[in-house]
Design a protein around this ligand. Sequence first.
Ligand code: PXL
Length: 287
Amino acid sequence: MANRHPRVAAIHDLSGFGRCSLSVILPVISVMGIQVCPIPTAVLSTHTGGFGEVALRDLTGYMEPCLEHYRRLGLEMDCIYTGYLSSVEQVDHCLAFFDAFPQALKVVDPVMGDHGKLYRSFTPRMTQGIASLAARADVITPNLTEAMILLGEEPALGEITTAQARSLLARLSKLGPARVVITGVTLATGEYGNLCYDREHSSYWKSSTEYLPVRYPGTGDIFAAVLTAGLLQGDSLPMAMDRATRYVELTIKTTYGYSTDPREGVLLEQTLPWLTRREVPKGYLSL
Ligand code: PXL
């Protein structure tokens, strides 16, 4: 199809309140000029990070007929981007999407936990399923907790040396993905930020960011969405990582200044226009 704009199938949950998953992924990818087709894995009243018992409808049974319809239509997808899954069976449905669109860039955000802990309802079977999905990806974007879980190690929280960081990235790549990004890492140098490894070029990079003493849900989703759209627009891996780092930094800083309840997530409504500027990011350094 001539001059078709890039299109991404985004397989994540839809949380109504708390600014995470599809609620933030849709505006971010759209404003970056990429068409995004949401495939909700579940609908939740809020995210699971602090609002008590959520109203939840699992959509495992929706995924296969959805894919079948897209096949009948002969739709093309340039990217399959997966995130929060609400049942272990959804791993196979994501793999079916990968198989149906073999040319598509496969991005797996292995959403499982943060700050050294698994999210509620994530069982060992689920973490194994997500690890098998990550093994089939071209790009993965775990936070440090998820990176350790993928490697079958105890989640660590402290600072790590540059040598340890490079080893983590390389070992994750050995699981399958040629490009690995790890978010939320504190290096022994005191720098805090995101790291990546591009196996094809044997290159390691870091993008450091200001550390603020507050945690907002959904920032990992926003990070992975900006990274994915950046790659589809032709960014190199470190450029895409730095674009995502700078955008999340700007949005967290903006939100922090308003002193809102952190559970409500970041005020991306204020900062989305920054993404339309298509700046050339240059904040990355060799790791
Ligand atoms: O941002 C990750 C995420 C996605 N989806 C749901 C969540 C969380 C984190 O808490 O609860 C439903």
